[in-house]
Design a protein around this ligand. Sequence first.
Ligand SMILES: C[S@@+](CC[C@H](N)C(=O)[O-])C[C@H]1O[C@@H](n2cnc3c(N)ncnc32)[C@H](O)[C@@H]1O
Length: 275
Amino acid sequence: MDFTAKEFPMADEDFNCLAAMAYDISGIVLGEHKKELVYSRISRRVRKLNLQNFSQYCQYLANNQDAETTGFLNAITTNLTSFFRESHHFEFLAKEIIPGWKKEKKGKPIRIWSSACSTGPEPYSIAITLDKNMPVKDYNLKILATDLDSDVLAKARLGEYPIADIEQLPRNYLSSFLRKNSSDVGQVKDSIRSMVQFNRLNLLGPWPMKNKFDVIFCRNVVIYFNKETQIELFDRLADSLVEGGYLFIGHSETLHGMTEKFISKGRTIYQKVGS
Ligand SMILES: C[S@@+](CC[C@H](N)C(=O)[O-])C[C@H]1O[C@@H](n2cnc3c(N)ncnc32)[C@H](O)[C@@H]1O
């Protein structure tokens, strides 16, 4: 496709400049096959900023990094998610992890991190699983949910979703954990929302959290990174887990050939082993 003949012309060097920026800041690799996607996502920024072409946008981004980086990153991230996506992770949490916590974790903190939480269904599915399977008020539970994209975090905090997106949940979940705000919008109930703390965090940047986690969800995000970045990230995730802690990754991701710090506990479920 000729991207120089489009509404906002995009030359190869413009695409290369945007791909380099995306990689440097977020680790996201935008290969040639992502040109169409970059064109459609960044056209919105070009239009919004009243620019004429991608070359002007590249220049604008370079000269206004503080102001435009967030808009740029929010535009290039892919945020697809859903409640109880890859449901075997939540079944494992309920059947294999929570029973042990119920016996051993009274009076001790339990920390869970949803590290690329998008618009929130993932951390809310974690909160719902905990609420359904243990007396959450008797335990010191902390769910941290982070993402690079500030737009999705705003949506996540609000916890509102089109009814069509939550209709696939079992009926008793809908009545227990969500309320209808209108005929087409549902909202996660306050009791569940208050279990989750949302913060902006770049997985490639510094992680300010002081304490280690019992479980980390890092799902459907490393697919956007190259192998080198993935190896580094999995290493840091291992260091952020307690001994015996669990890491859940996405359906098309693997730790195979990346790290020796985990053993497999089943499909895309890993447990940290001693060093
Ligand atoms: C496809 S969504 C996955 C959402 C959820 N984990 C799931 O599996 O349903 C990928 C998320 O990763 C986030 N992301 C991409 N690069 C990131 C980075 N460097 N640091 C933190 N989050 C990042 C995106 O903003 C997006 O919300």
